[in-house]
Design a protein around this ligand. Structure first.
Ligand code: NAD
Length: 334
């Protein structure tokens, strides 16, 4: 099949590399307003370069991958759907929930499949955790801890366009908590601080946050995020039930150093970024998209799914700013 890619920045170039290695993908056609990014991808992965997103959609593609900056997502999703082309779009759906809800309304009733890029759903550890919860082997859950620590902040321009750390980063934790537990979040309380890069504070964002989520069955989820984790890219989840406890990410490349005497774990080179930590998950995610394009499976992460994680991010953002617990019902109604 022929796949278009819109946006060849950090994740777009990585998706181009992954797609170029999939058996189902015969050719790639790419566009990015930053011409050098498109040219570089074309040279590295044998892609054709088009002048614009419209030209990609008109170039006979079977599916399109949107990896452009977040504020371009709604327009590009709608353009693909209007052209009848299945679309994979990186998270989040839009910069604001109002725009995300508008996208959902605009595509309602369309048969064109849309997959949103929550890659953790394709990571073997998280897949196994979900199966363990579903099997009942952990007993009734009482606590989930979800951690995402970036090794260093993204560029200032990225932060400014990101919508803030809860909508940009923690939203992965929120999605995977819902997906692994099968429960909905009802209320959040969030805190945040700035003791790192000045440009994050200047953008009105926090560089380090914590959030306590109450799930609809009474499970407590604790989410920890930072843009500053010098030891590496740290993504983990611990799930505790009355019968057993499990961990995702507790492996040799975990970026933590034990100070216990005689303990050598973890002994590997720490994960340095999301491309390294989730290489196999991104491959499985884009393989799933080729199956969606081929019509052999339905979207494994719909716009509705993505917006649910978005409401949690919205509630955390409000909680941080107003120093109070916020229910999901409150932000949905606003
Ligand atoms: N799922 C994940 O793990 C993950 C990881 C990183 C980024 N992302 C998401 O991917 C998106 C891109 O992030 P990034 O880190 O690659 O950003 P980036 O700034 O490195 O790249 C964005 C690229 O989009 C291009 N662009 C902007 N408007 C465009 C348009 N209308 N058409 C085509 N290209 C356009 C820019 O020129 C730039 O090259 C963001 O929405 C981000 O949230 C997801």
């Amino acid at each position: 099949m022929r796949i278009g890619i819109l946006g060849l920045g950090r994740i777009g170039a990585f998706h181009a590399e992954t797609l170029s290695g999939l058996d189902a993908v015969e050719s790639l056609v790419v566009a990015d307003p930053f011409a050098a990014a498109a040219k570089s991808a074309a040279e590295r992965f044998g892609a054709e370069v088009a002048d614009s997103p419209e030209a990609v959609l008109a170039a006979g593609v079977d599916g399109v991958v949107v990896a452009a900056a977040t504020d371009a997502h709604p327009g590009l999703i709608l353009a693909a759907v209007e052209a009848g082309i299945p679309v994979f779009c990186e998270k989040p759906v839009a910069r604001t929930m109002a725009e995300g809800v508008e996208v959902l309304k605009a595509v309602a009733g369309s048969a064109v499949p849309i997959q949103i890029g929550y890659n953790r759903r394709f990571d073997t550890g998280f897949v196994n955790a979900r199966a363990a919860v579903r099997s009942g082997e952990l007993g009734t859950l009482h606590t989930v801890r979800s951690t995402t620590l970036d090794p260093a902040p993204p560029p200032a321009a990225y932060i400014a366009a990101s919508g803030g750390i809860f909508r940009d980063c923690s939203v992965h934790d929120f999605d995977i908590i819902r997906w692994v537990t099968g429960r909905e979040v009802t209320e959040v309380y969030a805190v945040g601080g700035n003791r790192g890069a000045d440009f994050i504070k200047e953008a009105g964002d926090a560089d380090t946050t914590g959030a306590i989520l109450t799930l609809d069955d009474g499970t407590i989820a604790v989410v920890s995020n930072s843009r500053h984790n010098a030891r590496g890219y740290d993504v983990r989840m611990e799930i505790h039930g009355f019968t057993d406890s499990i961990a995702v990410g507790l492996e040799d490349k975990l970026p933590l150093r034990s100070v216990e005497p005689g303990v050598t774990f973890p002994a590997g080179t720490p994960h340095d970024f999301f491309m390294d930590r989730f290489t196999a998950a991104y491959r499985a995610e884009l393989t799933a998209f080729t199956e969606v394009v081929a019509g052999t499976r339905t979207s494994p992460c719909t716009i509705e799914d993505a917006l649910e994680a978005g409401w949690i991010a919205e509630a955390c953002t409000l909680s941080l700013h107003e120093h109070r617990p916020v229910t999901i019902a409150e932000v949905r109604a606003s």
